[in-house]
Design a protein around this ligand. Structure first.
Ligand SMILES: [Fe+2]
Length: 317
């Protein structure tokens, strides 16, 4: 494994402050090898900036994305749909290295220690891109209310972790997420968003999560935060969004992983993965009662390069 495991004080900071930037959790070499796969998802920055209109995905112009939305200001904090123009869902074409970052050992280790559980599910996995000037990316202070049917309950076994793995260096000019420590947002309901003139104190306590690529920003779902604009002309920011929850919490979710079961990149991932890594997606582990000799054989037929011996050995005799 490249990179490092999180320190105990970092896990404690996630729990107590609500968020922490795990600087350099994954080595830059491993990030640089994986981002090659982004060429199948996003336009290269030099191509995009040469002709932005030509490189926006079909159906995702400002006008198309804003259809049905109320009028909103072009500047200042707002949730503009074009802020999310460039997104790509797991799994990813190419070498498979970008896909595999979702289950990087240092990422999974942090999730297990933060959530104090090992039966975890990866419930959100996507890459996002922001190019300076493509949209105004400034958002109001909010919590991510679109990961759960319920307001967050932040004790074991009900809690969950949201995270951004930085695929490019993030500095003050490239839209570092701004976050507030929990003790500085006490008393605010997570059901609401807050504008600067309505709660200047909340904005006065925000911190910019700047760090090199390979850093992992982890935050609790009750943490107030906001996206900001890219202020350096010609700059861009790529990140990988990976969120984990404890298995069995059906009210928490974001992406459906099963709808990718015939995606060639999913097959490639399965054939490169360990039983433990697959279990993070809900793939039944060896010894699970669903398995029969016939099902193991059919699964081998579906994923020819998967070593199914661990599943076969665990069949009841
Ligand atoms: Fe957010």
């Amino acid at each position: 494994m490249s990179g490092r495991f999180a320190r105990d004080d970092e896990v404690a900071a996630w729990r107590d402050d609500g968020w922490v930037l795990l600087e350099g959790l994954v080595d830059t070499d491993e990030i640089d090898a994986a981002v090659g796969d982004l060429r199948y998802v996003f336009p290269a920055p030099e191509k995009f900036f040469a002709d932005p209109a030509a490189h926006r995905p079909p159906g995702r112009s400002d006008a198309e994305l804003r259809r049905g939305y109320p009028e909103m200001p072009t500047t200042g904090p707002a949730f503009r749909p074009e802020q999310h123009r460039f997104r790509g869902e797991f799994p990813f074409y190419g070498s498979g290295l970008l896909t595999r970052l979702c289950v990087h050992p240092a990422v999974v280790d942090f999730m297990e220690r933060a959530l104090a559980a090992t039966d975890l599910r990866l419930y959100q996995a996507q890459v996002s891109a922001k190019y300076a000037g493509d949209a105004n990316f400034e958002q109001p202070m909010h919590t991510d209310r679109n990961h759960s049917f319920l307001p967050p309950r932040m004790e074991p076994p009900w809690w969950h972790v949201e995270s951004f793995l930085y695929l490019t260096d993030v500095d003050e000019g490239t839209a570092p997420t701004h976050l507030v420590r929990r003790r500085d947002s006490e008393g605010r309901s997570t059901n609401w968003i807050f504008m600067p003139d309505g709660d200047p104190d909340l904005y006065a306590h925000e911190h910019a999560a700047v760090g090199p690529r390979g850093s992992l920003l982890v935050y609790r779902p009750d943490v107030f935060h906001r996206g900001v604009d890219l202020t350096r002309p010609g700059s861009h920011r790529y990140l990988l969004n990976v969120s984990y929850k404890v298995a069995g919490t059906d009210w928490i979710g974001f992406h459906s992983m099963q709808s990718n079961a015939t995606h060639p990149a999913w097959t490639q991932f399965v054939e490169s993965a360990t039983p433990r890594e697959l279990e993070l997606f809900g793939f039944p582990p060896p010894g699970h009662p669903v398995w029969t000799a016939a099902l193991v054989n059919e699964t081998k037929e579906k994923y020819p390069k998967l070593d199914v011996e661990p599943w076969r050995r665990a069949l009841p005799r």
